[in-house]
Design a protein around this ligand. Structure first.
Ligand SMILES: [Zn+2]
Length: 663
């Protein structure tokens, strides 16, 4: 039986199977046993899988008339998996690698992307990306042909297309198509814009095909921006596989604002995809998954099927431990919506923005500060409404097209508040403020030329800041206040400028000498708008000075004196989120430390512990019936005071869900 897919029954726990099989694996699939395969998934509480139709080697795992079947595969592996899983109510989406397909590339060199040097093989990049396929070549119809075969013959619940994000191509079809559009192949930006158009047009053809043969099934396109996903989002996050631990918290808070169901796709691998013998600690895998759940998301874990076709017991023991623990929380997580006070506005997240995707470090720095401070926030690209945010934070280079500036002005006029830094609020193409509220407050003096400056905050904003000229490591803009604004921090400069060279010394030791006339922090006359001269998010991302975070907190406290959640004694590496159902509020508390080990790895080997937590949850006028731990349902004493629920928790080991039933 195939279950209809919809937002209300979006699968909670999935497995994404990689099955990129190098030629030469004998007896492919010979140990595949549908009963054992399904039993392993069921004991691990898996509800959905992505399984392979065609891998990035270019081999098909169903009897294709169009593509290349894996040599030696004697049966319809994909078809048997679909049949067995669907009979057990496990839904199956099938995978095609779209941008990589080495069998096709070997036999059809004219289908390969031609790079700027005229090469179709990039021998300096000998990973699986060293040959790529051009969607403007004959490969497009070939790929569509394979997808059509599957859609016609199998009752799949979804399709997932990988490696859609191929780079610019300089093959003849692409050159001529660009020229027809008056684009200049010699201009890299033109070539990138054309590659983006090509990618979206390939997606459009695939969409039409699905609508023709299996309308309504799930579709996901890896390598295409979240805002262009048609049905749902599977956020690839493998923290030990190159994504790091900053990625999930910042990106899940964005994708959840796009109005589609979403999951995070982590991996069981010690390193990254294809690491068949690598297994992560249970605490690390659990942390990724529960972090998704705590942000209103579902879970997917990446595995790589062994060529034998049998699932490896140790892998499913691990996944089962993680997923069974999460399944006990379903009652409190189904349809739960994240609750927030504020948002980070990051206009660059939209691919048509002026600088696509170049500012992820700013987002990571901004997100990290708010996360460590315990605020509840979304990340938005400017499309969604602002009205339910009490405060917007525009980190460092959040530049505004006129329509977005107008939207922000309306938000401020309706009582909203804003914190911005450096070039945020300026036009995309010029260093002039597009937002009238900032133009009225800030006189810009160009880019800051002092490489290290020293921050001096006025007493009003200096709570818990050291009485010292505090180093600003990454310069932003130089500014002074316009009449009517208030300056709440000044800047000092050193005896020298960092990096000065007088043919005898490079100036590296920079003691502070004197104050400048510049402002480091300005506040509007009505107190609702704040602007920092320096890129606070970049400073935090690259150098992590706690005083940057403390200063941000001191500003936020002015604008948001009553935050949704406060957890006293939760360490800065702890994470607390709030979700809601109709008659409930859920508080997810997480305490894990990714420790840097060895050369590059960040490892969570076990849960960390926090003690004597004092939790305050703003109730917005609601009354509490009972408070309990989930899933144990052990009730906790609580108080209600000044619109806050107050709970004490003696000890937190790793993760705990607190549930507040409302009257
Ligand atoms: Zn091409």
């Amino acid at each position: 039986m195939s279950l209809a897919l919809s937002a209300s029954n979006f699968p909670r726990r999935a497995i994404h199977f990689d099955f990129h099989t190098m030629p030469g694996c004998e007896h492919l699939g010979q140990a595949f046993d549908p009963k054992k395969f399904v039993a392993a998934l069921q004991q691990a509480k898996v509800e959905f899988i992505n399984f392979f139709a065609k891998c990035n080697l270019g081999f098909c795992y169903f009897p294709s008339q169009v593509g290349t079947n894996y040599p030696g595969l004697t049966f319809d592996l994909m078809g048997q998996v679909i049949k067995a899983c669907q009979a057990a109510d496990i839904r199956v989406s099938v995978y095609f690698n779209a941008g990589l397909s080495h069998e096709e590339a070997l036999r059809h060199r004219e289908w390969c992307i031609v790079n700027q040097k005229g090469q179709v093989y990039e021998f300096d990049q000998m990973d699986h990306w060293f040959r790529k396929l051009c969607f403007n070549s004959g490969y497009r119809q070939h790929l569509l042909g394979m997808v059509k075969e599957v859609l016609q013959a199998y009752p799949v619940d979804g399709v997932i297309f990988d490696s859609m994000n191929v780079p610019p191509c300089y093959g003849i079809e692409c050159i001529e198509a660009m020229q027809k559009l008056q684009m200049d192949p010699k201009n890299l930006l033109d070539a990138e814009v054309f590659a983006q158009q090509t990618k979206l047009s390939m997606q459009s053809d695939l969409e039409k095909l699905v609508q023709q043969y299996r309308p309504g099934i799930y579709r996901y396109y890896l390598g295409i921006e979240a805002c262009h996903q048609p049905t749902h989002i599977e956020l690839e996050v493998l923290p030990q596989g190159g994504w790091g631990y900053d990625y999930l918290p910042s990106r899940i808070r964005y994708i959840r604002t796009l109005g589609k169901p979403y999951s995070t796709m982590t991996g069981r691998f010690q390193r990254s995809w294809g690491d068949l013998g690598g297994l992560r600690p249970e605490a690390a895998l659990f942390y990724d998954c529960v972090n998704s759940v705590a942000n209103g998301g579902a879970c997917s874990i990446g595995d790589h099927l062994h060529p034998s076709g049998a699932l490896q017991p140790a892998v499913y023991d691990l996944i089962g431990k993680v997923y069974r623990r999460l399944a006990e929380l379903d009652e409190w997580c189904d349809q739960a919506k994240p609750q927030v006070d504020m948002a980070i506005l990051a206009p660059w997240l939209r691919p048509e923005a002026y600088r696509p995707s170049q500012h992820m470090e700013l987002l990571a720095g901004a997100s990290r500060m708010l996360l460590e401070l315990g605020y509840q926030y979304d990340v938005i690209d400017g499309e969604a409404a602002f009205d339910h945010y009490k405060l917007l934070f525009l980190p460092d280079d959040a530049r505004l097209h006129p329509s977005l500036a107008a939207k922000l002005t309306a938000y401020l006029q309706a009582g909203g508040a804003l914190i911005s830094s450096a070039w945020s609020g300026m036009h995309p193409d010029t260093d002039i403020f597009a937002l009238p509220a900032l133009a009225a407050m800030v006189e810009t003096l160009g880019s800051e030329t002092i490489n290290y400056s020293f921050l001096h905050c006025h007493a009003e904003i200096a709570d818990e800041l050291p009485e010292l000229g505090l180093t600003i490591y990454e310069p932003g803009i130089a500014m002074q206040g316009q009449p009517g604004s208030r300056c709440l921090a000044g800047l000092g400069k050193g005896y020298f400028n960092l990096g000065d060279w007088d043919f005898k010394h490079e100036y590296l030791y920079i003691p502070e000498k004197e104050m400048t006339s510049q402002a480091a922090l300005l506040n509007s006359a009505d107190g609702r708008v704040w602007h920092l001269a320096f890129p606070i998010a970049l400073n935090y991302y690259k150098h992590a000075p706690i005083y940057c975070k403390t200063l941000l907190r001191n500003i936020i406290r002015k604008l948001l004196p009553q935050p949704l959640l406060q957890v006293k004694n939760l360490p800065s590496y702890g994470v607390a989120t709030v979700t809601s159902q109709e008659q409930r509020r859920m508080i997810h508390l997480m305490c894990y430390v990714p420790e840097k080990r060895g050369q590059i790895m960040e490892i969570i080997e076990e849960a960390s512990v926090a003690v004597d937590l004092e939790i305050s949850l703003r109730l917005d006028g609601r009354c509490v019936e009972r408070v309990y731990l989930a899933p144990s349902r052990q009730q906790l004493p609580f108080r209600q005071k000044d619109d806050y629920l107050k709970i004490s928790l003696d000890k937190l080991i790793g993760y705990q869900l607190l549930v507040c039933d409302l009257k």
